[in-house]
Design a protein. Structure first.
Length: 120
């Protein structure tokens, strides 16, 4: 666990394959790179496979208070969007949400390209 030194960054993925990452607190410098259109297609398939737009809280009355905050926001070309904010500690959403996030990170090589780490 890190306190006041956790890396944060924002990643935007466009239908053209452009991936922009924007510096957050203690994060990497901002930059951009491209992924293949095949990976963009796979990203769309992942959103369908994990039913991103249909994922619901396990208990709608619960909300997260502690732990690192994760956000995943998807904006489609037609303008529809959804954002989910969840915590590492709180068990509010199904495990499929974390699985989807991990699949996206692997697909766009985020650990390797942005954080300079090893792939999973």
């Amino acid at each position: 666990m890190c306190v006041d030194s956790c890396s944060s960054y924002r990643v935007e993925i466009f239908s053209s394959g452009l991936v922009k990452y924007l510096k957050g607190y203690y994060g990497p410098d901002s930059g951009e790179y491209y992924i293949s259109l095949n990976k963009v297609k796979k990203l769309n398939e992942l959103l369908e496979k994990y039913d991103f737009f249909g994922i619901c809280k396990k208990d709608p009355t619960r909300f997260g208070l502690d732990g690192f905050e994760y956000r995943i926001k998807i904006i489609l070309e037609n303008g529809s969007s959804r954002e989910i904010v969840h915590s590492e500690v709180e068990d509010i959403y199904p495990d499929t949400l974390l699985e989807l996030e991990n699949e996206i990170e692997k697909l766009i090589d985020v650990k390797c390209r942005i954080l300079g780490g090893e792939l999973y």
